[in-house]
Write a protein that binds this ligand. Structure first.
Ligand SMILES: *Cc1c(COP(=O)(O)O)cnc(C)c1O
Length: 387
């Protein structure tokens, strides 16, 4: 089917599938991983893939084959990452609410690092490690009070949110960690937010880390590792133009602004920037409904398949892959779920659209399938891979 549309999606192949489903361009994933490797080559940098962005086993296998570690936020993710071939040593485990069984699972497998977010968590990890006759490797998650200028639901590094230890409490927590026999303090961890496209917050993060390192060096405390988390953003408005995030620019911030000590390693936890662009959600138009001068395109995909627009007012590029019309119209694009927030786009300009058209919702590889649910007893969307 010919369209004037500029898309890199294999339309004839996608037309054979029943909708909705996720399509992953594995070649793009490979090129993305290659770009990361190239940007960090020769540096003492360790990249961990934040599995919560997309826990699909095929995606994880490709990422771990490329030599990345994993950043995990639950026992379920730890098990899935082990099954997908990630060595436990290359795992970091983050999150404010680690359950006892999850801590035990991590210690049993001797994961590389717990990112510890509170004093009671540190005490429980020490106690469980004592019972298991293990030593837990930990980094303290610091809340550096930096505003990443992103959506308030994905800002994590400001004083008023639940993540990490505040700068005022840091010294006492470090002293406490160092006095605990079953805790080995490896370093400091930070993660300031997600979908960050302005590099200034990362420059500020580097400056905060430099200050902290100087301060602790004076007290004779050195860290083996610094972990700066993830959060690098991608281009949601023009995925064809920017299929790969600007890793060069991102890593250069740390190369130029962070004073890494000799023998220190720098760890990153990237999720979105690795997988967002390789995924699209494919859906068919069920109905085009006109009401009070407004036109609604009603899709067979809904917020249960991709919740980002409903949850964060996120914008995704919408493409009609099959309309042969040159004429365009303005549509609100909505799903079938019984919630007003089940809306993918307002005032989206598409070629004239009709029942049966195939619609691609682009840049859906991160926090798409991994956040899908069965609300309204809908089926979970399946995945189709380019390879
Ligand atoms: C979610 C998360 C990440 C990944 O964030 P992205 O924006 O997807 O890169 C990294 N570290 C921690 C602690 C996280 O919670």
């Amino acid at each position: 089917m010919e369209t004037g549309l500029n898309t890199n999606l294999p339309i004839s192949r996608l037309l054979k599938q029943s909708t909705p489903f996720y399509y992953y361009d594995i070649e793009l994933l490979h090129s993305t991983l290659q770009a990361i490797k190239q940007a960090v080559s020769g540096m003492p940098y360790h990249i961990h893939y934040a599995v919560k962005a997309n826990g699909n086993s095929h995606i994880m296998e490709e990422v771990f084959k490329a030599g990345l570690g994993a950043d995990l936020v639950s026992g379920g993710e730890i098990k899935a990452a082990l099954a997908a071939g990630c060595p436990a040593q290359a795992m970091t485990y983050s999150g404010v609410g680690k359950a006892d069984w999850e801590i035990r699972l991590s210690l049993e497998n001797e994961i590389g690092c717990f990112n510890v977010e509170s004093i009671p968590e540190l005490q429980v990890i020490n106690q469980i490690a004592l019972e298991m006759d293990k030593v837990a490797h930990v980094a303290i998650r610091v809340n550096p009070d930096i505003d990443a200028h992103t959506h308030r639901y994905i800002t994590t590094g400001t004083a008023d949110n639940k993540f990490g230890i505040s700068l005022e409490d840091l010294s006492s927590v470090i002293d406490m960690a160092q006095s605990m026999p079953h805790i080995h303090l490896r370093g400091l961890h930070f993660h300031i937010g997600s979908q960050i496209t302005d590099m200034q917050p990362y420059v500020m993060l580097c400056e905060t880390i430099n200050r902290l390192q100087d301060e602790y060096a004076q007290r004779g405390i050195a860290f083996e590792l610094i972990n700066v988390g993830g959060g690098l953003g991608v281009d949601y408005t023009d995925p064809e133009q920017h299929p790969i995030a600007d890793f060069e620019r991102y890593f250069n911030v740390f190369k130029h602004h962070l004073n890494l000590r000799p023998c220190q390693t720098l760890h990153f936890e990237l999720g979105r920037s690795i997988v967002a662009q390789c995924g699209s959600l494919l859906s068919r138009v069920l109905y085009v409904k006109e009401s009070r001068g407004k036109r609604f395109v009603i899709l067979d995909a809904g917020m249960t398949d991709l919740i980002r627009p409903a949850l964060y007012q996120a914008v995704h590029q919408m493409q009609n892959l099959t309309s042969a019309h040159l004429e365009t119209a303005t549509y609100d694009i909505v799903g079938p779920v019984c919630e007003s927030s089940d809306t993918f786009a307002h005032n989206s300009i598409l070629p004239l659209t009709q029942r049966g058209d195939l619609i691609a919702i682009r840049t859906a590889g991160a926090y798409g399938q991994s956040m899908s649910s069965t609300y309204n007893m809908r089926a979970l969307p399946p995945a189709v891979f380019s390879d």
